[in-house]
Design a protein around this ligand. Structure first.
Ligand code: NGQ
Ligand code: ZN
Length: 456
């Protein structure tokens, strides 16, 4: 399959009359600019062709609880009271429902321009903790939902072995997540089996949930036992978490992790909101990616990480939609930049260079997202997966601008409705703004929401 666009963002910059050829697996084989289209090319008229982003952090099931947690219950609601609601929400979800919700979420991600997702998946077992007949039943459901939606998947089964620091017992609401070392390894093995039938771009990583949910010994053991693939962990999201780790481990969370575990470019540290400049510098040196989830971090009242320090240290970041309370690519990037402006009382913060902030945000999120997912992606380059999207060059929002201004307008003035076509590893899943299975996936989700509400 070959694509032709009058304007595309390639590693050389903005290129005109670009022809991209793909192989049968969905990899880019050639990228030529300043050429004529061939008669059999898919001609992307009035479109701007961009590499599509990876969404590096998602808990898809949480999409179905959006709106349920926006009412005040306690004198002071917090991340921790939200977490209680989340636990009680997920109690009753069955594997079919988990799959239907995930399919909707993955479809919505594609429609807003993400070509791949890192699904940080922790609802493994039945209510009460009993295993399904296949211990990786729910992982298989996620893999199948991703295939239904056609999104590229880096599946990240989560290791969760304690209810809190110092071997605290799993609370009732956490029993569905809990695994001993061998059971977690069994989930990885079975997920790998399921992935054998999935498209070539699908990958497996793992995710020790957090320093709260995994003891230091268990973390060492699992990192030694699993020597390939991405490793993701939630870290330093909430101040209480920082204080508790400090009180128990005599170090701040990121500081402790970097001192005790061999963190390298396989790692993605989700949130990393609360770091000292020294922690930020050391994290940047490790080569790991910071996984920022601006919408969820705002929704949960986490705080704002130090973007300037990360960039000055040469650190990398990508973006994730985490709780999926609102799946919106442009909004994630916009909120990331705006929160930094509000803190620093400056403008155009998330770059070290002069020039377009939209371009800087987009480039950094492309590279960080691809690295975090272990996915050959992030630029329109031969050998990469064809993760691509188009913007509507005719839209009023983009009218009369050129090159980097397209990104600045899309991110700061426009929204995801400007996204018209999306390919994930060459699979064209979005056509003229809509997913090709939109109706069917949406109907299934509507039924699930009815089921969930009826059971309440
Ligand atoms: C999660 N979400 O795993 O869904 C967590 C909440 C926890 C975020 N951290 C649970 N945003 O951290 O204990
Ligand atoms: Zn998360």
């Amino acid at each position: 399959m070959n694509l032709f666009a009058e304007l595309a963002l390639t590693p050389e910059g903005w290129s005109k009359n670009v022809r991209v050829t793909l192989d049968q697996f969905g990899r880019i084989t050639t990228v030529e600019s300043e050429v004529e289209p061939n008669p059999d090319d898919q001609y992307l008229r009035n479109r701007i062709l961009l590499p599509a982003l990876s969404n590096l952090h998602s808990h898809s099931f949480q999409r179905a609880m959006s709106g349920l947690t926006e009412k005040r219950l306690e004198k002071r609601d917090s991340f921790w009271s939200w977490r209680e609601l989340m636990y009680s929400f997920l109690e009753r979800l069955n594997p079919e429902q988990i799959e239907a919700i995930a399919a909707l979420v993955f479809m919505e991600m594609l429609e807003c321009g993400y070509a791949s997702v890192g699904e940080f998946h922790y609802v493994h077992h039945q209510r009460g903790g009993q295993h399904y007949e296949n211990i990786a039943e729910t992982s298989c459901r996620i893999i199948s939902a991703a295939q239904k939606a056609g999104i590229g998947l880096t599946h990240l089964p989560v290791y969760y072995m304690q209810g809190g620091l110092n071997g605290k017992k799993l609370a009732e609401g956490q029993l569905r997540f809990g695994n001993e070392h061998e059971h977690f390894l069994a989930i990885l093995t079975e997920a790998q089996v399921a992935l054998q039938d999935a498209p070539e771009d699908y990958a497996l990583g793992m995710a020790p949930h957090s320093l709260r949910a995994v003891s230091p010994d268990a973390l060492q053991e699992i990192v030694e036992a699993v020597s390939t693939g991405p490793v993701h962990i939630h870290i330093a999201e909430q101040l209480k978490e920082v204080e508790d780790i400090q009180a128990n481990y005599n170090a701040r969370p990121v500081e402790w992790l970097l001192q005790n575990v061999a963190v390298d470019s396989r790692w993605c540290l989700i949130h990393a909101t609360h770091m000292t400049p020294e922690e930020t510098q050391n994290l940047a040196k490790s080569g790991a990616v910071v996984g920022l989830c601006p919408i969820t971090e705002a929704n949960l009242g986490d705080g704002i990480f130090d973007g300037t320090e990360l960039l000055l240290s040469g650190g990398k970041y990508g973006i994730g939609s985490d709780s999926n309370v609102f799946i919106a690519l442009t909004e994630e990037l916009r909120l990331l930049e705006y929160s930094q402006r509000l803190v620093r009382k400056e403008r155009n913060v998330m770059t070290n260079k002069t020039g377009s902030i939209g371009r800087a945000l987009y480039n950094d999120a492309l590279a960080g997202g691809a690295q975090a997912l272990g996915r050959k992606s992030g630029s329109i380059t031969p050998g990469n997966w064809a993760d691509l999207l188009t913007l509507d060059a005719d839209a009023l929002t983009l009218w009369g601008c050129a090159d980097d201004e397209f990104l600045d307008r899309w991110i700061f003035t426009g929204d995801d409705s400007l996204v018209r076509e999306v390919w994930s590893a060459g699979r064209q899943m979005v056509s003229d703004g809509q997913h090709i299975q939109h109706h069917e996936i949406e109907q299934r989700y509507r039924t699930v929401i009815q089921e969930i509400r009826r059971e309440k």
